[in-house]
Design a protein around this ligand. Sequence first.
Ligand SMILES: [Zn+2]
Length: 335
Amino acid sequence: MEIPLFAAGSILTITILIVLGTMGIPDGGRTISDDGNNKLVIITSVAPITNIVKNVVCEKVDLIGIVPEGVDSHTFEPTPSDAIRIRSADLVIINGLNLEVSFERIVDAAKEDNPRIQLLKLADNTISHEEWIFDFSFPKEKGDPNPHLWLNVAYVIRYVELIRDKLIELDPDNASYYAKNAEQYIARLRMLDEGIMRAVQSIPVENRKLLTYHDSWAYFAKRYGMKVIGAVQPSDFGEPTPQEVARIIEQIREENVPAIFASEVFPSKVVEQIAREANVKIVETLADDVLPGRVGEQEHTYIGMMLENMRSIVVPLGGNVDALHGIDPRDVCNG
Ligand SMILES: [Zn+2]
């Protein structure tokens, strides 16, 4: 059988990339990064995870987040140059629970050439199978639980502990540095967790319901006492059928919610149609993968994202965010 030309081309490209990817890595030693230092090289996936890691490591490692902000992390595939970076890292930190399967494949393949590469899957080490949540866009029959643990701040505190412990293991010379950063960051996360709890409690009980486009609020809702009544996005990350849309509209009317939620990463005409027909307010500023503001701005952090999310959720549902005033969104390294 003849190999189609494009397939042969891809095989050649992959071979070249594999060769390139293994160049310049000293055997068994630590990666020497571009500027000649011998810092650890850590690769992360989505922006909130990158920022959480940043708060533990600050400037002590070379930290590279691969998934660009504003890109759907559920369908993201690393580019060939991303794959090269992943292959030559010391440590790859991902959310896990099958959010970044493509990263895992690359790390597995890299082990032969780069035996020191380690993979840390945060969510898999934070909750047990019994605590997995399957729901609207992540149904049990598909096998992958909802992976969005990082919208529950208590779970993020566990993420920080896992990151700290792994860094201390890989770089014991800087153990007290990582421990101190983690301690400061956890203190701030505890304030955020408590503030969110109180802000949600300010919403009238009958309004503590979430209907979102992207189904990322399961673990948030469970911790903070809200109910996810549905998600618009089907499990194949496409658009819902007209029958599903009709059912959602009916449900919104029955549940009598004042607002439904979407995000800029998942623009959907369907949500606008649903809001119009169900006669509810639509809030399109929820975020789970995108940090607010621009790189370098104070609120361009995981904590900044959660504060922004709380303003987006709590106020339209009739509550207030007074309990969150004074929480510093800045990275602890800069604070
Ligand atoms: Zn998501």
